[in-house]
Design a binder for this molecule. Structure first.
Ligand SMILES: Cc1cc2nc3c(=O)[nH]c(=O)nc-3n(C[C@H](O)[C@H](O)[C@H](O)COP(=O)(O)O)c2cc1C
Length: 310
């Protein structure tokens, strides 16, 4: 038994946590390796020709071209390298179409027309939010994680609405890499959520669960190591708020305490491919009561404003 395991078997857990020496990466290189495994797998390049990788890269190239042609000081003659990469993706995708591919194809066509000196884009006036600032904040403040859930079935349409809301979130270079693996019904939900150590205190009547994951294929590592987590978390928040609007409560579950055995089981149960990074789980259900929302530290305390001329 190695020294780490020996110390762990004799010392109380709290001591282990405070003995930061035991968190030294040299001692934990295996655990770091396990956490980085999905990134390393994708970096090997095995998925570069996958249809979804090509689609995400095409969205990225079209996004870059669009930024160029939407500039008020637009001039032809820029972006040719990106244009040829977009063309290559389009050729390799052939008829693998969806709305985002059709959008990208239209941007590429517009870029080509503008290179020949055609009139530039007409700017439409900004549109106002349907919610007032007060309504928006009240909506956000009214959400909380409820672990007191009814055993009423969760309609599968709720997953689609949550996915629709998630797709409205911003993603870096418009890559759209969030993936949702949903369990519908008590048995499937308990099976999936049972892989999360934090799935405690919810009772056995849970009717729905989700695993949020992110497709790592269209990113460049290690340069973009943390970008997938940002891209997908924005979508997760939208999905949680849409569920709230439907009348459902979503409690997220950390994946931070998972073991390789948990990972293997969850990927098998939910059919999560190895190029997806598992991010967070979610318990979904109709709340039976309204839990008190844990107090927030004052917003001013998370804020620092850098003023001009200061
Ligand atoms: C990434 C993440 C992981 C979480 N993991 C768990 C968990 O494992 N079990 C749990 O009961 N709640 C979990 N939560 C819910 C938090 O405990 C909860 O969001 C926090 O206490 C704030 O309460 P509120 O959501 O009601 O505002 C998690 C939340 C996040 C964002």
């Amino acid at each position: 038994m190695n020294i780490k395991k020996k110390l762990r078997s004799v010392l109380p857990a709290s001591w282990i946590r405070s003995l930061s020496i035991l968190r030294n990466p040299c001692l934990l290189h295996k655990t770091y390796g396990q956490r980085l495994a999905p990134f390393l797998r994708v970096s090997a390049g095995a998925h570069a020709s996958d249809v979804d990788t090509l689609k995400a890269r095409l969205r990225m190239y079209a996004h870059i071209l669009e930024k160029g042609i939407r500039r008020r000081d637009f001039e032809p003659g820029h972006g040719s390298a990106i244009h040829s990469q977009a063309i290559t993706c389009l050729a390799r995708l052939a008829c693998n179409d969806d709305e985002s591919v059709r959008w990208a194809r239209a941007i590429v066509a517009e870029y080509e027309v503008l290179q020949r000196g055609a009139p530039t884009h007409k700017f439409s006036p900004p549109h106002a939010s349907p919610l007032t600032a007060e309504q928006s904040l009240a909506f956000l403040q009214s959400r909380s994680s409820c672990r007191d859930l009814s055993d009423a079935p969760v309609p599968e349409d709720a997953f689609l609405q949550m996915a629709e809301a998630a797709q409205q979130a911003a993603t870096s270079c418009n890559r759209q890499t969030l993936r949702m693996f949903c369990a519908s019904g008590n048995e499937a939900a308990l099976g999936l959520l049972g892989c999360f150590k934090g799935f405690t205190g919810f009772g056995r009547g849970v009717q729905a669960g989700i695993v949020f994951a992110v497709d790592l294929r269209p990113y460049d590592f290690p340069r973009e190591l943390f970008v997938p987590a940002v891209d997908s978390s924005l979508g997760v928040q939208n999905a949680v708020m849409q569920a709230h609007a439907i009348g459902l409560s979503v409690t997220l579950l950390s994946w931070g305490n998972s073991t390789p055995a948990d990972e293997e089981k969850l990927r098998r149960l939910a059919g999560i491919p190895d190029y997806c990074l598992i991010l967070v789980g979610a318990v979904v259900g109709f709340p039976l009561s309204n839990p008190e929302k844990p107090a927030r530290m004052p917003a001013r305390d998370i804020l620092r404003i850098i003023r001009s001329g200061k």
